[in-house]
Design a protein around this ligand. Structure first.
Ligand SMILES: Cc1ncc(C[n+]2csc(CCOP(=O)(O)OP(=O)(O)O)c2C)c(N)n1
Ligand SMILES: [Mg+2]
Length: 319
């Protein structure tokens, strides 16, 4: 397989892994095995997959409350993710984090975050550390359109810009902040227009095509690694479902949802593979591999022990 085809195949595999992981997580939620909230990334897979495909393993990401896809794209194992969602001791954060607080320093995921725009100042801080150390790593800070109306985003954009920090702000414009459509909270057509106000480049791209997202990362990465500062990439995409697992999303017009489903990010990647000459049978092998991986992930999570009560205090250090 040519290098580029292999790379598309890997992206398809990651996107489908995210899709199936979310579907299995929703099942586990309905069975009562996951407590708290769960915000599926269904329909937005191409953003995480495309953005992370352009990175080096040593680059960082900072995620959001809708963060499973970012983590899987950054190399997190589905079984350790599922265990975390079920609050098990074998999870990435030993069950302390759950769905909204998955992180792994080893994989350079500085964490999902329950606070809208809350990860952005952390991303800027990490980028400042990289800058002080003189490294060439980059931080990708994910956020969505709701964060675009949050003050922390303004401070983060401005600090990153004036210090020329190596951050790429990837704004997943999925059209909604809970039930509020973006047209009610922004009068600009493209949120990337706002980048000009901070003296940084801003672009808007098709967030449902992972190859487009990956290509959009190229210049911003060069710029960031060269010490020239941040970039805002707005990826237009769509949340294929309600805000969280218990939200039926009745406020989302059916024809709008259907329009976006017709441009499904996993389907688009699959089509890229077909166009590159990959046989259906070969694609089916990837699909089957993922089913096995998901069965194993769910079983591993279910079979894993709960955190021991005796261990809780061990992770609280005395001031
Ligand atoms: C600072 C803050 N304000 C409000 C909330 C409640 N809240 C949780 S998710 C959400 C909407 C976020 O929308 P967006 O940033 O577009 O992210 P998306 O859910 O679309 O991924 C809100 C208002 C919160 N978690 N944090
Ligand atoms: Mg949103």
């Amino acid at each position: 397989m040519p290098v580029e085809t292999a790379s598309i195949a890997a992206m398809y595999e990651t996107a489908l892994t995210i899709r199936r992981f979310e579907q299995r997580a929703i099942e586990q939620y309905r069975l009562g095995n996951i407590r708290g909230y769960l915000h599926p990334y269904l329909g937005e897979e191409a953003v995480a997959v495309g953005a992370v495909a352009a990175l080096r393993p040593s680059d960082y990401i900072v995620s959001t409350h809708r963060g499973h896809g970012h983590a899987i794209a950054k190399g997190h194992e589905p079984r350790l993710m599922m265990a975390e969602l079920l609050g098990k001791a074998t999870g990435y954060c030993r069950g302390r984090g759950g769905s909204m607080h998955v992180s792994s320093l080893a994989l350079r995921n500085l964490g999902a975050n329950g606070v809208v725009a809350g990860g952005m100042p952390l991303a800027v801080g990490a980028a400042f550390a990289i800058h002080l150390r003189g490294d060439s790593d980059v931080v990708v800070s994910f956020c969505s359109d709701g964060a675009a109306a949050n003050g922390a985003l303004h401070e983060s954009f401005n600090l990153a810009a004036i210090y020329h920090l190596p951050v790429i702000f990837v704004l997943e414009n999925n059209n909604y902040a809970v039930s509020t459509p973006i047209r009610d909270t922004a009068l600009v057509e493209n949120l990337s227009e706002r980048a000009a106000g901070y003296g940084m480049p801003g672009v808007t791209v098709d967030g449902n095509d992972a190859l487009v997202v990956r290509a959009a990362m190229e210049k911003p990465l060069q710029r960031a690694r060269a010490g020239e500062g941040p970039t805002l990439i707005e990826c237009k995409t769509y949340r294929q479902g309600g805000h969280h697992v218990n939200d039926p999303g009745l406020y989302m017009p059916k024809d709008e949802l259907e329009r976006w489903r017709a441009r499904d990010p996993v389907g688009i990647l699959r089509q890229h593979l077909v166009d590159a000459g990959v046989a259906e049978a070969e694609i089916a092998q990837i699909d089957q591999r993922i089913e096995v991986l998901m069965d194993e992930a769910v079983q591993f999570a279910i079979d894993s022990p709960e955190p021991a009560v005796a261990d809780f205090l061990a992770e609280i250090s005395a001031a």
